[in-house]
Design a protein. Sequence first.
Length: 69
Amino acid sequence: MIQQQEGDSVLLSKREEEILGYISKGLTSKDIASVLYLSKNTVDTHRRNMIRKSQVRRCTELVRGEGDF
């Protein structure tokens, strides 16, 4: 779960949190897909959902704590 500045919470699924952890370690979608036995498209869909939920432009902003949260 990611806290936004206004006190609202952004709920990430367990899989999204797991993928975010791999993103923070510098893995690409292709690498994450290989580790988790998923397709790259599935990982990209999780990335898009995290971006939408947290109102940032890139997943790297989630890792660095930028954006509207």
